[in-house]
Design a protein. Sequence first.
Length: 299
Amino acid sequence: MKKVIRVGTRSSELALKQTEMVINEIKKFRQDFEFEIVRITTQGDKLIDKPVNEIGGKGVFVKEIESALLKGEIDMAVHSMKDMPYEIPEKLKLMAVLKREDPKDVFISRDGTRFMNLKKGAKIGTSSLRRQVQLKALRPDIEIVSIRGNIKTRLKKMEELNLDGIVLAAAGLHRLGFENVITEYFPPDVVVPAPCQGILAVEIAENFEDIFQEFYSHIVDVKTLFEASVERKLLKTFGLDCRQPFGAYAQYGKENDGEKINIKIAYQKENKLLKGEVTGLIEETDKMIEKLIEEFGGI
């Protein structure tokens, strides 16, 4: 008799797609498992008319799922790691899985005009404070219109609200096959992505860890694992969530002199957007973060 693994996830099309991606990868190595997808509605899914920063920050997309894990109602959960607060409840464990999708933000224009070529006072849809601050730094004249919802909902709102464009994450568009709507990609030094954007994560309870570790090595990508750990360390060090504008992107690579990490930061301090970048050996990550904080004059 096959063991049934109950996998918790939000109910959106993207969340279900991401969950299926993880399940299909596990099945390659554990044909003796069957999977049951358990759809869970979170507070963030219910309160779609308010910006995330007004209803509790990142945790609004995961609390109900974590509660189900702690109660033993599900065995594991699949998340977009960028939705995860840096503090995880005791008895739960969070791990990056699969190869990172494109972490960049993208601009979707209603008529194909690129962002910097938009008319003065153009209306741009996004509810992300991080995006708002960085976009306004590029184009102080634009008007930000707060919109939330899944990809199809936001594309529909662009038309209904007569917006000139919207900004979304490339990762979700790629995973759902919406690449054709993208007008342009923002380079990560122009609009620094959210920490762990494009990274999937599995969250488990302690009593499932032994089973999960049997196949974790097969579904983890080392580059993604390093980048996720550095970006979450930055999130924790700065003590921020999506109630404050904060972008962080760590890019891992191997060179002749060792494993290196390049870190880009966008951070708002006293209503001023600060950006920083530093590169060094992976084992010097803590020193690199200290250097960034020093450049910012503290946090």
